[in-house]
Structure formats: structure tokens, C-alpha cells
Design a protein around this ligand. Structure first.
Ligand code: SF4
Length: 331
């Protein structure tokens, strides 16, 4: 799926279909104390592009995805979709308006489907709310989308519990596609699935991207899967973006010491190579995301940390064409 000619970050970046500008989502945990879940993310996603978003659990990547679809209010910053600024706080009319354009596929295929609804009702709910389908064409349309995701039209009268995890995730994908959105936020869509099913779902998303012209933000923690599925890879650490670039470039020639550690700790698919490999374990404490101090957030764990890193925030800048990072090593 990689397409290294796609849009690139930094100064060479053409206008994207989705522009995220200095977006922040802070949660107040006690009076005057804020958890900086998303802390100044800027990212432009091009039309028909797949951007893979990686980082350790708790780095804010899922919060970013949920903020983009209005499930969380934005604390500050902006999100611009096709030139239109999205509201900071969604009213119910905004959900109705923008859910047609930007859909989300959730991580857990077990809890994201209503157990009391048939597959037909689950898939038809959105298009019927938006008055896209007439009632006499629901069976035909639901059957079409079920086949599109590799299921059968016969499945529409069944309930979610009658399906495997992989099949349920396909139903979730069909539900998102039925509204014919332009952008899909895929929030760890494969992490709850068996390894054997993960590749099927990833290949399906790749095929839909190619044939339907979809734009995807693919959130995951499996770096090799993200490299495979994405045109560009973005790396988050403690709520901030530390590196963005073409997926192969970030994977094989990472700039930021955190990305280098993540990739060094990623298991090799070849058991022979995996056995002979030296594993890198990140040392040091992850700082609390509550009331963060100035300086590089990775300084306490970084093997290359310098004095300046302790007190000065590194600026996110383009180091090579299309490849940006936030690190004093490249200042
Ligand atoms: Fe390491 Fe300093 Fe770069 Fe942070 S800014 S990643 S501490 S070298």
C-alpha cells in the first residue's frame, strides 16, 4: 500500500483533506491540574492517503482520533476538513453533519456493535438517519456493503454475537462505509483480533482505500503493520508529535531517538533474525502527563540526551524533504 509520492509533511506539504493545527486536548484531573493527553499536534493528511499513527499505550493517539470525530471537545487548536473549520465542541447537528464525511472504526469489535440490533439494523442506521436510503432499498444496500467487506448478504438477519471477532470488525467497517465517508479514523482496528485475521482486515482496508479513494488515519502500535499499510508514519510520545515522514523512511531510517527505540524493540517476523537480534529496552520513567515540565519529554529516557534537552522544548522541524522530527540533535 505504500505510496511514497504522496503528500509530505513540513514546508513541502500540500493542503490536506484534514488539517490538524496545534490541537490540544487536556483533561482536568483535579482543580488546576491537567492531563495533557494531546498537546499541540499538527498534522496534514492528504486526500487518499493513509497515515499510520504509532506510540506506546497512553501516548494520546486514541484521544487524538476521538477528538477528530468530535467524541471529545477540543481544548484548543483547530481541525480543518476540506477548508472548513470543525467546531471545538460538537452539537448533535454537527455529529449528524460531519459523521457523513468522517467516520471511525473502533478498536473493540465486541463492544462497538449493539447486541440488540441485527446486522441489517446496525449497517442501515446511519444511512437511514441521513435519509440516504429509501426503506425499500435497505436489503439491497446492506447486502452490497456486506459483500464489499467479504461477508454474505445472508448475514444481515443475524446478531453480532453470532460472529467471530474478525467478522464483527468487518461489520464495523461496513457500518462506517455505508455512509460513504471521505475520511476514516481507524482506532487500533486490528489489536483485538487474532494474528491470522489481522492481515485480512488490513488488506481489506488497503483495498477499500485504493478502490474508494478513502483517506485513513490508521492508529496502531504494531510498527511493521503500520509500515505495511501506511504512506506516511507519525510517531507520538506523551501527547506530542516527535516524528513524521514517509513510512519506509521512518521505519528504516528513523531520526528521533524514541522512534529508534520503538523500532529496535519491534519483534522481527523472521524467527532466525529475531533470535540473533539485540533487543533495546527503554530505561527511565515515563514522565507524568499531568502538568508537564519544560524540556524534551523524552529526556529522562533518551540515551542521547544533552543539557539543553532538560529545559528547552525541541521544535518540530523538517530535517529532510518530507521527514520532520522534534529533537535538539537536528537543530
Ligand atoms: Fe533525546 Fe534531546 Fe532529542 Fe529529546 S531532544 S530526543 S532528549 S536528544
Amino acid at each position: 500500500m505504500n505510496n511514497q509520492n504522496s503528500s509530505t509533511p513540513g514546508s513541502t506539504l500540500p493542503k490536506g483533506i484534514l488539517e490538524i493545527r496545534n490541537l490540544k486536548k487536556h483533561f482536568e484531573v483535579s482543580k488546576g491540574s491537567f492531563l495533557h493527553a494531546v498537546d499541540g499536534i499538527t498534522l496534514s493528511i492528504g486526500k487518499n492517503e493513509v497515515v499510520g499513527l504509532v506510540g506506546e499505550s497512553g501516548c494520546g493517539k486514541s484521544t487524538l482520533g476521538r477528538t477528530l470525530v468530535g467524541l471529545y471537545d477540543k481544548s484548543s487548536g483547530e481541525v480543518v476538513y476540506q477548508g472548513e473549520k470543525l467546531p471545538s465542541r460538537y452539537a448533535s447537528s454537527d455529529f449528524k453533519k460531519y459523521s457523513r464525511e468522517i467516520q471511525m472504526i473502533f478498536q473493540d469489535p465486541y463492544s462497538s456493535l449493539n447486541p440488540r440490533m441485527t446486522v441489517r439494523e446496525i449497517i442501515a442506521e446511519g444511512p437511514m438517519i441521513h435519509k440516504l436510503w429509501k426503506s425499500d432499498e435497505v436489503n439491497e444496500k446492506v447486502g452490497f456493503w456486506l459483500k464489499r467487506v467479504g461477508l454474505s448478504a445472508d448475514h444481515m438477519s443475524r446478531y453480532a454475537h453470532e460472529f467471530s471477532g474478525g467478522q464483527r470488525q468487518r461489520i464495523g467497517i461496513a457500518r462506517a462505509l455505508a455512509l460513504e465517508p471521505k475520511v476514516i479514523i481507524c482506532d487500533e482496528p486490528i489489536s483485538a483480533l487474532d494474528v491470522s485475521v489481522q492481515a485480512q482486515v488490513v488488506n481489506l482496508l488497503g483495498e477499500l482505500k485504493r478502490t474508494m479513494g478513502l483517506t485513513l488515519l490508521f492508529i496502531a502500535h504494531d510498527l511493521s503493520m503500520v509500515r505495511y499499510v501506511s504512506d506516511r508514519m507519525a510517531v507520538m510520545y506523551l501527547g506530542s508529535m516527535v516524528e513524521v515522514g514517509p513510512a519506509n523512511e521512518v521505519y528504516f531510517r528513523p531520526l528521533h531517538p524514541y522512534t529508534q527505540s520503538l523500532i529496535a524493540s519491534n519483534p522481527e517476523p523472521d524467527p532466525e533474525k529475531e533470535r540473533s537480534r539485540t533487543h533495546t529496552v527503554l530505561k527511565g520513567e515515563i514522565p507524568s502527563p499531568i502538568n508537564l515540565k519544560p524540556g524534551c519529554r523524552f529526556a529522562g529516557r533518551c540515551p542521547k540526551a544533552m543539557t539543553v534537552c532538560q529545559s528547552v522544548d525541541p521544535v518540530f522541524r523538517e530535517v529532510k524533504p518530507g521527514h520532520s522530527t522534534a529533537c535538539h540533535l537536528y537543530a
